[in-house]
Design a protein around this ligand. Structure first.
Ligand code: SF4
Length: 346
């Protein structure tokens, strides 16, 4: 069976090389070619011997592939569609990644699962159900294969799926992104979002230095449970208790995502409860305007309500911003990624 080397860590490549009888340092050379020089053709890896290149062509591949479609917003945001072959069901699934250019940064929002198990009621991805985890190779391919890849300044794990429900692949991806033998990115250019899968969040906090974004959306457990069924398994109060055990005074940041839904989570009662919940925690709250879609009954709060909500939080000592709306015309927002041709038969 042909082995896909793209996405493997240095340690995994060393194991592979030793098993093939290659010198151990071949693994470092492969990292350099795949991750630093972004080469996919073994013939172009000129510091490997002809014998090793020949053997690699027989037994391995660098499994990179382009997006099958791209939609471009009037504001420059791009939504890329990638085809993922599902071995179990023998059908093609589709996932989406969103490229968001801004004045001084270029961010890619990546997907980590096909569908999602979390079932958030306002989320199109969540309503599709769960169809599988992406491998580190499939997550990294989103980052490496878009035309803007070398210009990216930030990566956010906020696309389809719950990152901490696919923890091993996320950790492997982060290792490739941040190691000297990989892209050598600062972990502070990377944000992993979560609804608050507490045991895995603890591991992420202990094992990495990336920024964390918690999808909060409602400070009241019963109301949050209505919107986000995972509140019952992972209460947000427990998530915040866990976050309070870490030091947020340095470069590492914690933020809370709060999508504002008209008449559901946007009144003064919610703002006051949010202030209480986050009291004393050095954090930021991002208010997000919901991009309405025909598939959900949820509607966005209006601009005036969002401004009042922000001002209330700010006046009570919470750093709060209203996130600029991007890619609305191509449905590129959080909660709207659908992989719209998902499960099309091949
Ligand atoms: Fe999953 Fe995120 Fe959608 Fe919730 S909002 S269902 S965690 S993709």
């Amino acid at each position: 069976m042909v082995r896909d080397l793209f996405g493997l860590t240095l340690a995994e490549l060393q194991e592979f090389c030793l098993a093939e009888g290659f010198p151990k340092f071949t693994a470092k050379q492969l990292c350099d070619w795949m991750y630093c020089k972004r080469v996919t053709d073994f013939d172009l890896m000129t510091n490997l011997s002809l014998k090793i290149r020949g053997r690699l062509k027989e037994i391995a591949t660098v499994g990179r592939y382009d997006a099958t479609d791209v939609q471009v917003s009037v504001d420059g945001t791009k939504k890329y569609l990638f085809s993922i072959f599902n071995l179990q069901s023998s059908i093609n699934n589709y996932i989406e990644s969103v490229y968001i250019p801004a004045d001084d940064r270029a961010t890619l929002c990546v997907s980590c699962q096909v569908g999602c198990r979390m079932g958030c009621r306002f989320c199109v991805t969540g309503q599709q159900g769960f169809h599988g985890n992406l491998s580190a190779s499939q997550i990294l391919n989103q980052i490496f294969s878009i035309p803007e890849s070398t210009t990216l300044t930030n990566i956010v794990f906020m696309g389809m799926g719950e990152p901490l429900d696919n923890y091993d692949a996320i950790l492997q991806t982060l290792e490739v992104l941040t190691s000297d033998w990989g892209l050598a990115w600062s972990p502070h250019r990377i944000t992993v979002s979560t609804v608050g899968v507490t045991p895995m969040l603890q591991r992420l906090l202990d094992e990495t230095q990336v920024h964390v974004a918690v999808s909060l959306h409602n400070p009241f457990p019963d109301e949050r449970g209505e919107m986000m069924p995972m509140e019952k398994a992972y209460p947000v109060a427990k998530t915040i208790d866990l976050l309070r055990q870490y030091d947020w005074s340095g470069q590492r940041r914690i933020s809370f995502e709060y999508t504002m839904f008209r008449g559901i989570n946007d009144d003064r009662r919610h703002a006051a409860a949010l202030v209480q919940l986050l009291k004393g925690l050095n954090c930021r709250v991002n208010l997000i305007r919901f991009h309405s879609s025909p598939d959900t009954p949820y509607r966005s709060s209006d601009g005036g309500t969002m401004t009042q909500f922000r001002d209330y939080l700010s006046s009570h000592g919470i750093t709060c911003t209203i996130r600029a709306s991007r890619g609305e015309d191509i449905m590129a927002a959080c909660g709207l990624l659908a992989g719209k041709t998902a499960q099309k038969d091949v």
